[in-house]
Design a protein around this ligand. Structure first.
Ligand SMILES: Cc1cc2nc3c(=O)[nH]c(=O)nc-3n(C[C@H](O)[C@H](O)[C@H](O)COP(=O)(O)O)c2cc1C
Length: 363
């Protein structure tokens, strides 16, 4: 089933294999997408759907050095090169829109200000990648955040709205809201990171309010059929946990179902940081959400086929495998061997470990 076509709202995907967001920290001056990034994504255009690396919607939303943005004219121009290169190869590409919330560092923020979050709570041990004094990158503890005011919450939602518009202007086929992995959207949702006492915190209904207003706003701007949402109900990345993930995330799925977005993209596990997601939980997602469900997290070809056959998933994302195998669909089809993932080149650097992974055939 992996190699069958799929209709995602009005987009015809040539297979059910998704390249999920993969931060590679190789943006140029001004956090602008480069020619080399265009080459990297175009190399992977055989995926049914590509979702870009996390792309900050504002300077405040940035948590790591050299990640691309989509809030300046130059950044939009940079992304145009990427979307054109992918479209020339017959690919379909969504931009992942990102605000890291508390997972940032004062050196990345305007005027050295504190990062922002629903509540002023730090996540001990959670590190971000910054440029050190001599220009060399280093991982450091994120800076203590301050609590967003209600006016700032509204203007953050507006940043996402503008970024979504910019993404469409840059030629993207749609956008994915990064609601996973302990960043801003998840910080509002999870009971342990959101301790607000106003209408954006406390009860589940209040913790869902940011997501509700955000998704509604972005859907009004570009159309619900061009909007996806990433969630990570069980991963503990960046210290974000919920006391009752099934209740919280199924309520969130029902909420975005009403708005009619194209898909939910569930990150089951990143590395070894999540318990196995039960079949029952996945069945609840199916019942709650009538759009497309994408699953990611340590999938190989066999596990992917099984999830599609069982009807749990509509599309499957392969992160590290796409990173290291630009022609992954062909390799799966032929049953060929796979390139080894070179983790030391994940973040930052040049074409090494980026655009130099070999193809089976000249491409
Ligand atoms: C180098 C790297 C960067 C990642 N960056 C992002 C990101 O920007 N946004 C996101 O939602 N997930 C990100 N992820 C998570 C992946 O999208 C995916 O969920 C994860 O790699 C698990 O899938 P896999 O086992 O197939 O690799 C990243 C993963 C890796 C390995």
């Amino acid at each position: 089933m992996l190699f069958t076509e799929y209709n995602l709202k009005n987009l015809r995907l040539k297979n059910r294999m998704v390249m999920p967001p993969l931060t590679r920290a190789r943006a140029g001056e001004g956090d602008v997408a480069t020619e080399q990034m265009a080459k990297y994504y175009a190399q992977r255009a055989h995926a049914g759907l590509i979702i870009t690396e996390g792309t900050q919607v504002s300077k405040q939303g940035q948590g790591y050095a050299n990640t691309p943005g989509i809030y300046t004219e130059e950044q939009v121009k940079g992304w145009k090169k990427v979307t054109e290169a992918v479209h020339r190869k017959g690919g379909i590409i969504f931009a992942q829109l990102w605000h890291v919330g508390r997972v940032s560092h004062i050196s990345l923020q305007e005027n050295g200000e504190s990062p922002v979050a629903p509540s002023a709570i730090s996540a001990p041990g959670v590190k971000v990648f910054i440029k050190g004094e001599n220009g060399v990158g280093e991982m450091v503890q994120h800076s203590h955040p301050r609590e967003l005011t209600i006016d700032e919450i509204k203007s953050t939602i507006n940043d996402f709205r503008k970024a979504a518009r910019n993404a469409i202007d840059a030629g993207f086929d749609g956008i994915e809201l990064h609601g996973a992995n302990g960043y801003l959207i998840e910080q509002f949702l999870d009971s342990q990171t959101n301790r607000r006492s106003d209408q954006y915190g406390g009860s589940l209904e209040n913790r869902l309010r940011f997501l509700s207003e955000l998704v509604t706003t972005v859907a009004e701007e570009i159309g619900a059929d061009k909007v996806g949402l990433r969630q990570a109900p069980l991963t503990t990345l960046m210290g974000a946990r919920d006391d009752n993930p099934e209740e919280t995330y199924i309520a969130a799925a029902k909420l975005v179902n009403k708005i009619g977005i194209a898909y939910i993209h569930i990150a089951e596990a990143d590395w070894e940081d999540a318990p196995v997601m039960s079949d029952e939980f996945k069945r609840m997602y199916r019942e709650a959400f009538s759009g497309t469900l994408i699953y990611a997290g340590k999938y190989n070809k066999d596990r992917a086929e099984e999830a599609l056959e069982k009807g749990v998933a509509d599309l499957i994302a392969f992160g590290r495998l796409f990173l290291a195998n630009p022609d992954l669909p062909l390799r799966f089809q032929l049953g060929s061997s796979l390139n080894k993932v070179r983790q030391e080149y994940f973040f930052g650097g040049d074409e090494k470990g980026y655009t130099d992974y070999p193809f089976l055939e000249d491409d």
